[in-house]
Design a protein. Structure first.
Length: 172
């Protein structure tokens, strides 16, 4: 079976993939994840009472910045001229009956017209947004956690379209 891992050369050493011969096309990736937090923390966010400022506004900007800086923190990613980054939040205010926790769902859409995809940029955007929410709220809720960060769909390029099958409410 041929090695499907493209980031290794013939000697088995890491390399950046040569995308020079790939077709330029519009490529889009959507990733999502969730931050779980106490009901009291969610209310502080909603009421604008977190001392560090507007949590979701800062997390949105941080997510965009994270997408733009992906090649600086993921060694084999190509620097890309992104054409769009959009971060959206859905606040689930009603606590889960089992855990008592509320949830902030993060969705990142990243676009580029280029020779390689933007999956890593979308995943980085979600992760950095989640980390920023944690950072801004940790003084009142150190038990926050984030989970289910993953690629939801991608389009463009040689491999075409991918859409994740939903499992339960994991990516709702």
């Amino acid at each position: 079976m041929a090695n499907l891992l493209t980031h290794f050369n013939e000697e088995g050493r890491a390399r950046m993939v040569d995308v020079g011969g790939k077709t330029i096309s519009e490529r889009v990736a959507i990733a999502s994840g969730q931050v779980y937090l106490k009901s009291e923390t969610m209310h502080l966010i909603k009421e604008g009472n977190i001392k560090k400022g507007d949590v979701l506004a800062v997390a949105q900007v941080a997510g965009i910045m994270g997408a733009k800086k992906t090649s600086d923190i993921i060694p084999m990613c190509h620097p890309l001229l992104l054409t769009n980054v959009d971060i959206a939040f859905t606040e689930i205010i009603k606590p889960d009956p089992k855990t008592g926790l509320c949830c902030i769902h993060i969705n990142a859409t990243v676009k580029v017209t280029g020779q390689t995809g933007v999956e890593m940029e979308a995943l980085t955007a979600v992760t950095i947004a989640a980390l920023t929410i944690y950072d801004m709220c940790k003084a009142v809720d150190r038990e926050m956690f984030f989970t289910n960060i993953g690629l939801i769909q991608k389009s463009g390029g040689k491999s075409g379209t991918f859409k994740k099958e939903q499992i339960g409410t994991e990516f709702s």
